[in-house]
Write a protein that binds this ligand. Sequence first.
Ligand SMILES: *Cc1c(COP(=O)(O)O)cnc(C)c1O
Length: 388
Amino acid sequence: MTNDGTTSSGTTSSGTTSDRLSIDDLPVRDELKGQSPYGAPQLDVPVRLNTNENPYPLPEPLVARIAERVAEAARHLNRYPDRDAVELREGLAAYLTRSTGHPVARENVWAANGSNEILQQLLQTFGGPGRRALGFSPTYQMHDLIARGTGTGWSQGPRNADFTIDLDAAVAAIGEQRPDVLFVCSPNNPTGTAVDRATVIALYEAAQAVKPTLVIVDEAYTEFSHRPSLLELTEGRPLLVVTRTMSKAFGAAGLRLGYLAADPAVVDAVQLVRLPYHLSSVTQATALAALEFTDTLLGYVDRLKAERDRLVTELRAMGLQVTDSDANFVQFGEFADTHAMWQSVLDQGVLVRDNGVPGWLRVTAGTPEENSAFLDAVRTSLKELPQS
Ligand SMILES: *Cc1c(COP(=O)(O)O)cnc(C)c1O
């Protein structure tokens, strides 16, 4: 850009004239070339069930408490926030202890702007150039993208036909790929599949037998699961990290608050890469207010689990395949033309997610009314679209 406001180049790599450069015109890192940014469509339709958000807005008393806490924080915004987020980590540790029965202390907990930032800090610390991460696909696409973004190699191991982890194939992949970081997503996004305790222990041991490996158990959806959290597996396993978020069960995706629980040495290690004062005073104040309302917020979880189960039952009653779900979403299929199905449901005002798993779509459990609208739309689409 010149100082009279005009750009100096008007040609893109495709050769067409435009006053805008494209990414490919820039000397970006090789591993970013040809990539597209992560993001589900944010379309303005009546029923949005595509990003696994909680459909219930925060209750008014919590909104008032946030306003109070944020006002107090605002009085000190001339100062940097508590760099170590001590009070917040204590609150998160108390929540984990109470909800899992496994004692967690502030030293075991670290918090950041969404669990995606937690994952990024872990990869910056334990991954990086010359190192490799391994996950089991289909899984959360951000694991792959954060690996790439931190210069970490990415490999994927397969799953069984029912989307559970194939332990033998997983152990073989660990032996071949020799990962420095292993991702276990439970419940897994986008399939909804939970991983059992014994499998996680076996994966941890198989990985450590090859080389010291950080095992990240991504529990973004654990509050919706039929099974207990895997948090207690951190005991005696210093390289096992559990990551959590307030985006899903707590219904606070807009807050951007994620956290991890692990051995205190892991928490010390991420201090090497975290930006100073990364978690604003406003975020810390808001998250503390939300924690005061833990019981109210998690009160919606039971409702959502019931709705999730209703989606599974009704989709199966239509003759569709539905993957067993431990999350607040359901994977359903199998469609000869996945995109046509997605579009047909969208044309009826319901946005679901096409995660690129051939034949399958994913729907988030919304309010009972939203779910009914979704089920009606699928019924109509099944009648109208040619099936194979
Ligand atoms: C939604 C999600 C997250 C949460 O990301 P935030 O940055 O905390 O909003 C993490 N892991 C998985 C598997 C998810 O689906």
